[in-house]
Design a protein around this ligand. Sequence first.
Ligand code: PLP
Length: 403
Amino acid sequence: MIPSPVTADVQHLFSKIVQHDESISPMHLDLPNETHDTISLAYGDADPALFPVDALIAAVDSMLTGNLDISLNYAPAYAGLVALVQARMARQNVPLARNEVLLANGSSQILSLLPQILCNPGDVIIVEGPSFLGAVETFFNCGLTIETVPVRDDGLDLDILESTLARLATQGIRAKFIYTIPTFQNPTGSLMPLANRQRLVALAAQYGVIIIEDDAYGDLHFENPIPLKLIAIDPTWVLYVGTFSKILAPGVRMAWACGPAEIIKRLNRFKTEGSNGPFMTRLVAQVSADGWLDQHIAILNAHYAQKCQAMLDTIAQTFPSDVRYNRPLGGFFVYVYLPNDLPVSRLLPAAIANGVSFLPGTTCYADGQGTHEIRLAFSFQSQEKVVEGIRRLGATMHQLRQA
Ligand SMILES: Cc1ncc(COP(=O)(O)O)c(C=O)c1O
């Protein structure tokens, strides 16, 4: 064991932000112990059965027999991957110059860099409630003041957003950014319609606030076309974040940010780990080329749509009728609103005892809301386990009511 320079109070050694981080955040997750036969519906991991193993092996094979030096030595990120991102975004009405795109090691890296270049501790930001746990926790840990605006079935509540922006303006405060997931939101699965998207970008322009559009699930739609991306409607105030995690594999850690060159330039300056690696960037570009990625996404969508439907059907058959839930048209999650007598604090321990777990809604808010909300991921478990997990959860709800 390394001897510590101090044995007692070490707080003073750390930055103010890290000291802040020491206080347990409201998003802190302390799931009771799971046994090996617990079915976890908590996390939005990708389905391992869908990992494109053969395609990845073929791509690695050809890279290692061909471009050894440029794949394995120090070198910049492979420009071909930026070109691929540009082509994919252009197809969705987002033409981008080279200096408007940044590659990163997962969108989580981008989300943690953004406060560094845009904010000082204490600055106000606007975040959907509920929202993506990882982002909320990152922003909280940066010491930002989080204004929570509710998410409805059609996305961010724009009336409340507008009154929040107006209230802040009367206090002389301009929020530093609005963080939103307009397409198959994590955790609610909601999809913002076009008219709301247009109003959202107009509000951002009116109040001079940057929108961070997190589009992690933008390609994962079970039905036909989805509304234009915010950045396609008006790129002036939008910084877009996309990822290969959900459409290829989270383990490749590859994502991109695109938007105003001034923001991209500064993100680049703070992203100091030295490119995204010639190996990984080339691998992702190589495996995605020639339409392969689109075919793969179609397979994913068919598969996830089936598991989502299986989850919804089983919920309809097994949950008490006063439990409300969304019916997502894409993404990874079903979000559930529990009746008053079934708070998460009662349901979670009983569910774990019955062999199923889920993500408590409280982890998706910065301010302790979500005590009667839960997120159920249909992405990771097999369809059989999704169905069995929901049956166990439904049975738990009925048991608690009879207790
Ligand atoms: C909305 C959202 N954004 C970002 C991420 C993180 O993705 P990445 O693997 O690119 O860091 C997730 C992962 O669950 C997510 O749900």
